[in-house]
Design a binder for this molecule. Structure first.
Ligand SMILES: [Zn+2]
Length: 454
């Protein structure tokens, strides 16, 4: 009988978020990621539709990395009876606990949709009990004909591409691909010998500013804010962007490139996640490992205050300007940033600095697009503050980066499936792969299944 692998695109098509792919191969049902679809809120209602597969029948769930749009529906999968194995790299497993607890803490409040029954601490504990962490390149034998390994994606700590080799054919799921070189992570591994590629396309249609420019912009933004005696508000994703920004600020402050002023990391989740980074020094790049030797308080420097408790957070308002406040969530859909935005954005002396991806419809995106009044978690906020966007801090490869990533395996690749991007971005990348590399590329639709000869 002819050997095949079947992929069903159950989430993460036509959208950056909600990654969820079903791979049926050699009698096994395997999921790659089980993320939340996010837009206006931490979780859109579409997340609560039934999965298009029987959760009980899934043998293994692979998690590419610890962002919520890749693992946020794990509690729902368990609630529906999944009792298989969860596999990821070791740091991803360690990061998953604070990420899932944080998500649970927010979603369990939604009793109308019964999320309090799904997003429970018991389900998070259960997930961790089924979870096994592996090193990059460690080979897992799933069946005599099916082998799996994790390759470094360079996107966040522990992020992995997942490579399945079945009957000599390679299928690679990229997860999210890092904007290498990163300040703290090793570069995305070069891939070769891949037959089928399922790849992200967040910035499929755009290129980033150069990395030198972004540091100059950050420096200039901080200096401007200092001169205006304002508050610089920076919404950040707790995972990775916070740590990269701290690393960058650490450099700027210690090299006296910017004036000293109080900097608040007002995110309990980011503070907890930073602790995990300290545990996995060997997963950081040489530059960061070296910096950690000479500066043992990397992610910690003069002027930085970690505000874990909410009383401490409230006191930030009383600290005289100029100052910097870093808080989550990164797209202003919730978290402590919301209070700071309500307080600081109506004042023209203040600045809002956006450094991360802002999903369509999110308050962050609306502010970025220049709206003068934006509804932030149920309250209209008048925007008079300066709005600055620095795209160079993106954790994703840009359009040229994605193309050269595929170029390395151009010789062998038979099909590329472009996912995890807004439709415009995915289609642009599809066209670029066809035109520039002559590759058979397509952007699958939600629910579509594809059978691949192996
Ligand atoms: Zn990610």
């Amino acid at each position: 009988m002819e050997k095949t692998a079947k992929i069903t695109f159950c989430g993460g098509t036509g959208s950056v978020t909600g990654a969820n792919f079903l791979l049926e191969v050699d009698g096994k049902k395997i999921l790659i990621d089980c993320g939340l679809t996010q837009g206006m809120n931490l979780a859109d209602n579409i997340n609560w539709d039934p999965f298009p597969y029987e959760s009980k029948e899934i043998d293994i769930l692979f998690i590419t990395h610890a962002h919520v749009d890749h693992l946020g529906r794990v509690p729902k999968l368990l609630h529906e009876g999944f009792r298989g194995k969860i596999y990821s790299t070791k740091p991803t497993k360690s990061l998953a606990l604070p990420m899932l607890l944080d998500t649970t803490g927010i979603l369990c409040k939604n009793t109308d949709l019964g999320l309090d029954k799904i997003y429970t601490e018991e389900n998070v504990k259960l997930a961790l009990s089924l979870w096994e962490g592996f090193d990059y390149h460690q080979k897992l034998t799933i069946t005599p004909d099916l082998e799996v390994s994790f390759l470094n994606a360079g996107h966040i700590l522990g992020s992995a591409m997942i490579k399945f080799v079945y009957n000599g054919k390679s299928i690679l799921f990229t997860g999210d691909l890092g904007n290498s070189p990163s300040m703290i992570l090793p570069d995305t591994e070069k891939i070769t010998g891949i037959d089928y590629l399922i790849m992200e396309s967040v910035y499929g249609d755009r290129n980033h500013e150069s990395k030198d420019d972004r540091r100059k912009f950050l420096e200039a933004t901080i200096e401007d804010n200092y001169k205006r005696k304002g508050t610089l508000v920076i919404p950040v994703f707790s995972l990775e962007r916070s740590q990269e920004l701290l690393f960058e600020l650490n450099n700027l402050v210690e090299n006296k490139r910017v004036p000293v002023m109080p900097i608040f990391l007002d995110s309990p989740l980011a503070i907890r996640l930073t602790e995990v980074f300290k545990q996995y020094k060997s997963y950081l790049n040489e530059n960061a490992q070296h910096a950690m030797k000479s500066d043992k308080y990397l992610f910690d420097f003069p002027g930085l205050h970690n505000t874990l408790k909410s009383e401490e957070s409230k006191m930030i308002n009383d600290v005289p300007n100029p100052k910097i406040v870093i808080a989550g969530s990164g797209m202003s859909t919730g978290g402590r940033i919301v209070h700071h935005e309500r307080h600081y954005l109506p004042d023209p002396n203040n600045t809002l600095l956006l450094t991360g991806y802002q999903v369509v419809g999110s308050p962050g995106r609306l502010i970025q697009e220049g709206l003068k009044t934006v509804r932030i978690t149920g309250e209209d906020v008048i925007i008079r503050a300066h709005i600055v966007t620095i795209l160079g801090y993106s954790g994703h490869k840009d359009s040229d980066g994605l193309l050269s990533f595929v170029e390395d395996t151009q010789e062998t690749v038979k099909k590329v499936f472009v996912v995890m991007g807004e439709p415009k971005s995915a289609m642009f990348l599809v066209q670029k792969l066809r035109d520039n590399l002559g590759i058979d590329a397509s952007a699958p639709e939600l629910g579509q299944s594809i059978v691949l000869p192996c």
